[in-house]
Write a protein that binds this ligand. Structure first.
Ligand code: ADE
Length: 229
């Protein structure tokens, strides 16, 4: 079984509509939809925005359904200036850009206990996501670090800091939390984002205007991945 998590309804609705033999299970604040996607067993969930929502949902999914891999998909702000609306970023790793215990002597972004800055994305899933993204015409597909934090980033100085500090290609609010929970439980994880805005002064308006298109792109990549086309 494959697990797929998005933060917002718009990031999951196209895939959920394709789920055959669908069953919904409500656990806490999450609804997990199970069934068949292109003949493969899948469990889908909308976790809500932010790291805690994402980590709790991921852990619940793992403990209840034991998926062999989890994909976190959705939209992001572009941190790499070469990215445009609708482009795809396949995560090489995810970081928590708002985790800062530097006054305690730790590196920026260091997550204690688990002891890492970068949460790795599974190399096999990465390769398959990249290939599947090639099916979307007229977009750029980039592999890079995804930076996660509990904030909608729309200040160019903050975006530049995240890009330079973590070599990040995109900013969003869940990827590293999903990857964190997956790493703890030994579940391979893929993080895929499509660009809805430039993480700049225009982001509020661009996010409203382009989230639907970007969310469609991310779900289209997963469709191609699962359908093997
Ligand atoms: N998701 C989409 N755009 C974003 C942004 N600019 N900051 C954080 N998360 C996002």
């Amino acid at each position: 079984m494959i697990g797929i998590i998005g933060a917002m309804e718009v990031e999951m609705e196209a895939l959920r509509a394709l789920l055959e033999e669908r069953q919904d299970t409500e656990l806490g604040t999450n609804v997990f939809s199970t069934g068949l996607l292109f003949g493969r067993e899948a469990v889908l969930a909308v976790c809500g925005c932010g790291k805690v929502n994402a980590a709790l949902c991921t852990q619940q999914m793992i403990l209840t359904w034991h998926p062999e891999a989890i994909l976190n998909i959705g939209v992001a702000g572009g941190a790499d200036p070469g990215l445009h609306i609708g482009d795809i970023v396949v995560g090489t790793a995810a970081v928590q850009h708002d985790m800062d215990t530097t006054p305690m002597g730790d590196p920026i972004g260091y997550v204690s206990k688990i002891g890492v800055v970068e949460f790795p994305c599974d190399p096999d899933l990465r390769a398959r996501l990249k290939e599947a993204a090639g099916a979307i015409p007229d977009i750029r597909v980039l592999e890079g670090v995804i930076a996660t934090g509990d904030q909608f980033v729309n200040q160019p100085a903050r975006t530049a800091w995240i890009r330079e500090t973590f070599h990040a290609a995109a900013v969003e609010m869940e990827g590293a939390a999903v990857a964190h929970a997956c790493l703890l439980h030994g579940v391979p994880c893929g993080v895929l984002r499509s660009i809805s805005d430039g993480a700049n002064d225009d982001s509020g308006m661009d996010f409203a205007a382009f989230t639907h298109l970007a969310a469609e792109h991310a779900q289209t990549v997963v469709r191609h991945l699962l359908a093997g086309t």
